[in-house]
Design a binder for this molecule. Structure first.
Ligand SMILES: [Zn+2]
Length: 336
């Protein structure tokens, strides 16, 4: 493994390589970005590159082959450690243990390295204790914090770390990774990519059959046939199914993808980017019964609604309005 093997995240990789090339490794970094996106993996690769016995000089990357690289890869390097929440918190005892270890020089590597995962879960005493180390870090120490909620960290901690933002990958990057590294079919890779929203770690670990069933459950309630047969009653059923399920946000995402797919089918001759490719026939038929403007209007409505969900506005009511508009658009253009 090496930086080279990490998919996407070009900007953070570029910065870390420059840091290594100039031998200006800071004492503390904060890798922030959504959960399951590649922060921990990059931290591991950085630890590898920092302690590699034969760093590839020009590329500033780990060799991936030496004893140190292998030890880091297997999480058994004597100078490289990870702290993760114990239950739902990182506790002061975990930070104190780190501090006790950090006092001593590295055993074999150049740096003693700690990755603190989900660092925003440090409780107040743990955070205050870490702050002391960040204020006076031992020369040979490197601490990497990862967080999906960096705003929950103390500002004094944030300001002592060099921040690196990790952005979600594109759907195409996730899809390609799944096809190449997990031998997924194009069809299932597309669905997983859409579900994971650029989080490769999530795409790698979820069950594709479960995801597909969840998608079908949503799509079957708002498909052209379902709406034309069930009418307004079906609209209300669908709004309830989507907003009262286990994960309304995910259900809404499927709805957005479905509408976006319809738009792609309408405007493109080669619907390569259609996510729900396995349901292309149905998408094509539905798209013939609604105008592009109407679809765009619905997508805008859904975006406003998603913003509203954060403020706890009545999601079901809003979705009913959106789906009624969709039903209207279909009904106008539909001759049974
Ligand atoms: Zn190496």
């Amino acid at each position: 493994m090496s930086f080279e093997s990490i998919i996407g995240h070009d900007r953070p990789k570029q910065i870390l390589r420059a840091v290594l090339a100039k031998e200006r490794v800071a004492h503390a970094y904060l890798f922030f970005g959504e959960e399951g996106i590649g922060k921990s993996l990059t931290a591991k690769m950085f630890a590898q590159a920092v302690n590699c016995e034969e760093p590839i000089k020009n590329g500033s990357d780990a060799c991936g082959q030496c004893w140190a690289c292998k030890q880091v890869e297997n999480s058994v390097h004597p100078d490289v450690f990870t702290i993760a929440p114990d239950g739902d918190q990182i506790k002061i005892a975990q930070i104190r243990e780190m501090q006790d270890y950090l006092v001593y020089r590295p055993l074999i590597g150049r740096y003693k390295i700690y990755t603190i995962e989900q660092a925003d879960r440090m409780n107040a005493s743990a955070a205050n204790s870490l702050l002391k180390t960040l204020e006076e870090p031992p020369d040979h120490s490197l601490i990497i914090l990862t967080s999906a909620r960096p705003r929950h960290l103390l500002p004094t901690i944030r300001s002592r770390c060099q921040g690196l933002r990790f952005a979600p990958l594109s759907n195409q990057e996730v899809q390609a990774a799944l096809e190449t590294h997990q031998d997924r079919s194009t069809e299932s890779a597309r669905i997983l990519a859409g579900f994971s929203q650029g989080r490769l770690g999530v795409a790698y670990t979820v069950d594709p059959d479960g995801i597909r069933q969840e998608r079908d459950r949503v799509i079957n309630t708002i498909g052209l046939d379902a709406l034309m047969e069930g009418g307004v009653v079906q609209v209300f059923n669908a709004a309830e199914t989507i907003t009262k399920g286990d994960s309304p946000a995910a259900a809404l995402t499927w709805l957005v993808h479905w509408l976006r797919d319809m738009l792609i089918v309408k405007t493109s001759d080669t619907p390569k980017r259609v996510m729900n490719h396995d349901r292309l026939t149905e998408l094509t038929t539905a798209s013939q019964h609604i105008s592009s403007d109407a679809i765009i209007g619905l997508l805008e409505g859904l975006e406003t609604m998603r913003q509203g969900m954060k403020r706890n506005l009545n999601a079901q009511l809003q979705l009913e309005v959106i789906l009624l508009n969709m039903y209207d658009a279909f009904a106008k253009n539909h001759t049974p």
